[in-house]
Design a protein around this ligand. Structure first.
Ligand SMILES: *Cc1c(COP(=O)(O)O)cnc(C)c1O
Length: 429
């Protein structure tokens, strides 16, 4: 989606957006998405839908910074889990929902590993503008996310299969029934997700960081970030474009394999897409399915692959893969440093750590890791990590190759006896 900036009149400086804070009584100014309406002007401001998304924090975290190996530099965490449905998906949903209403849709659908469906269900429940239909795979969705979709009242269709299967089906069904599709194939989602970068810049007093590090699933975020920076640079609103690092889980590493190992590139819009098809055929032939504890990025056929290649070009990007162990250790460190996140989000911190060890990210750089989802989205992984119950650990994490919980905070078991409890507290505190 390209704008005719001469016609829509962008701001002359990013600092102009700060004026909106004075008008927080107006929902469109309160929204962390629509506060930046001038940079995503695909409908008039009077037509936007908001439920108060984008009230998120960007905070420096010395503890996590130290863990990643930054020395003089600064590590910031962008907490997108603070959105109304608990993940960054609300940024995109506000925009897609706005477009869906503008075209008169009465039903909206998505396939989801959990957070897109939670977000769609919430927008339907709050606004009553549309009926939500969500497609999920069987078994893999976390209870935190499933409970949201059910509680908010969306029509939930559970398909025997995984996310990639559900995604293929939802496309057929939407076409057949004329239902509006809000997956991140929807370009308006990406317009909304650009605002995550605008808020990062705002928190950094409009000075771009050296690096943005983000987990990669369907690659909507990374694509949106690249577009945001490319537009801001073209408009002369930022002095330089930060570098982008997209982090796959090793168990769902299509982008890493294609970009980093096989050299796939944007190539001026002529990426070697037949090579992508050949790779997908290999996956099928070898019966390889995406598999990671980071369920939000458990995706082998990312729908925004081509757009992400463009973002990697725009931002001089790199791609890495991280193990289950690295993800969970990083997640524990994020939790110990503050608000916490779900497993997929911690891939960003694990990836930053890897890139700093390699010397790709400098020890004095300013780095922003995007924490995509709230800690309470997936308590199963967290509790299994901290548990003293070896059987539980083995069943949930050991089966995925996780050997140790390096940063476990174990509950201490005591008898229901006052003396014993007092002794235990004195011993451990
Ligand atoms: C959707 C999601 C991702 C993946 O983002 P993409 O834009 O699909 O790459 C990562 N983390 C969480 C928590 C998510 O919900």
């Amino acid at each position: 989606m390209a704008y005719d900036w001469d016609r829509v009149r962008p701001p002359r400086s990013l600092a102009e957006f700060e004026q909106k804070w004075l008008r927080r009584h107006d929902p469109a100014c309160l929204s962390g998405v629509w506060r930046f309406h001038e940079l995503l002007p695909f409908v008039p401001l009077s037509q936007v839908v908001t439920i108060g998304e984008g009230q998120t924090l960007c905070q420096e975290s010395p503890g996590v910074g130290k863990y990643t190996g930054l020395e003089g530099g600064q590590l910031y965490l962008q907490y997108e889990g603070l959105n109304p449905s608990g993940s960054f998906k609300d940024n995109g949903m506000a925009a897609a929902f706005t477009h869906a209403r503008a075209v008169g849709a009465s039903r909206a659908a998505c396939a989801s590993t959990g957070n897109t469906s939670a977000s769609l269900a919430l927008y339907c429940a709050v606004t009553k503008l549309m009926k939500g239909v969500i497609f999920i795979g069987s078994g893999k969705i976390s209870y935190g996310k499933l409970s949201q979709a059910l509680d908010y009242g969306a029509l939930t269709v559970q398909i025997a299969g995984d996310f990639d299967d559900a995604m293929a089906r939802v496309k057929d069904v939407s076409k057949e029934l004329g239902i509006y599709l809000v997956n991140s194939v929807n370009p308006f989602r990406l317009e909304g997700q650009k605002t995550i970068m605008f808020r990062v810049l705002e928190a950094l007093r409009w000075n771009p960081p050296d690096w943005i590090v983000v987990p990669g699933g369907n690659l909507g975020n990374s694509s949106a970030f690249g577009k945001a920076f490319s537009e801001l640079k073209d408009l002369g609103l930022i002095p330089f474009i930060p570098r982008l690092a997209v982090i796959n889980a090793a168990g769902a590493n299509t982008l890493f394999e294609l970009y980093q190992r096989r050299g796939l590139r944007w190539n001026g819009g002529n990426a070697d897409l037949p090579a992508v098809c050949r790779y997908y055929d290999e996956l099928d032939r070898d019966h390889r399915r995406a598999d990671t504890i980071a369920s939000a990025i458990e995706i082998n056929r990312p729908v925004n692959l081509n757009k992400c290649l463009r973002a990697l070009e725009t931002c001089d990007g790199v791609v890495r893969e991280v193990s289950e162990q690295e993800i969970l250790d990083a997640k524990a460190q994020v939790g110990a440093g503050g608000f916490g996140c779900e497993p997929a989000s911690a891939a960003s911190v694990a990836g930053a750590r890897q890139l700093i060890a390699e010397g790709v990210i400098g020890r004095n750089d300013r780095v922003v890791c995007i924490l995509t989802g709230h800690q309470l989205k997936d308590p199963t992984a967290t509790v299994a990590y901290h548990t003293t119950d070896q059987a539980q650990f083995n069943q949930i994490l050991g089966s995925r190759g996780v050997k140790r919980a390096a940063f476990a905070n174990r509950a201490i078991a005591v008898n229901n006896d006052l003396d014993e409890i007092i002794k235990a507290i004195q011993l451990y505190s």
